[in-house]
Design a protein around this ligand. Sequence first.
Ligand code: SAM
Length: 264
Amino acid sequence: MTTFLDNARLYLGVLKRVGRTMTLGLFGSNNRQELLALYNIYETKTNGKESTPVDPFIIPKTDIFELLGNDSAVYEGVYECGFGHTTEFELKVISNLVKKLNPNRVFEIGTFQGRTTLNIALNCHPDAIITTLDLPSSELDSTKMEIEEGEIRYVTKDISGERFIGHPIAYKIKQVFGDSATFPFEEYTNSIDLAFIDGSHAYDYVLNDSEKVFNIMRPGGLIMWHDYTNWPGVWSALNKLYQSDIRYVNIKHIGGTSIAMLKV
Ligand SMILES: C[S@@+](CC[C@H](N)C(=O)[O-])C[C@H]1O[C@@H](n2cnc3c(N)ncnc32)[C@H](O)[C@@H]1O
């Protein structure tokens, strides 16, 4: 009964809102912005097409790094983000950690457009090598384990790493392709200073990627996982590791981000 009443209230509320927005509301710019934002969500959901986001927030931005005056990193494309990317703040957190740790060998699972790869490259050692692994679109249907329905859109793309391809810093980046469940990680054993796990968000993949990455880390290296708070597959896999695997006892969730990290 409560659910029925709640639903009725919800539908009536939405009806009232839509009625106003589509009539008198059309004269107000805030209503038009809202409609455009809704249209963008619709486009993204139905066509998988990412339209230019409508950003009504015109007040200049700041963040804790700027306020405390300890932002030592450099960035590119930090504000050009949307679905499938790290947030602005997350990218700043990652870039500052990279700057501080100054890693020589970095491994990323899940390149996508290469926005995080690029910013890692901009902030690490001049001789560093960032290896970034991506599943090619052509292998979407032949992965060893099942990926999530909602991440197919990140796999099916014409270019992987478009943010760094042709960039002067791209000499630090090595692109490799394949499925993280079958990729030959052995050649990286015991060599990686910093890893960023952001490939498939399916439970089995997060377990697979965590184990594979654990084995390529050098002692004292840092593993970061993206999307701990965003995808059930990520949080349940990391929770399981935290609760049942002694190697993960010191894993931490970085507050204000969806990043989990572990010093191995
Ligand atoms: C959310 S995006 C990564 C975003 C990127 N790390 C960033 O910060 O901008 C996920 C990426 O993981 C890749 N991926 C999905 N499943 C994979 C798998 N089994 N092996 C390797 N890469 C995978 C997708 O092709 C996609 O490019």
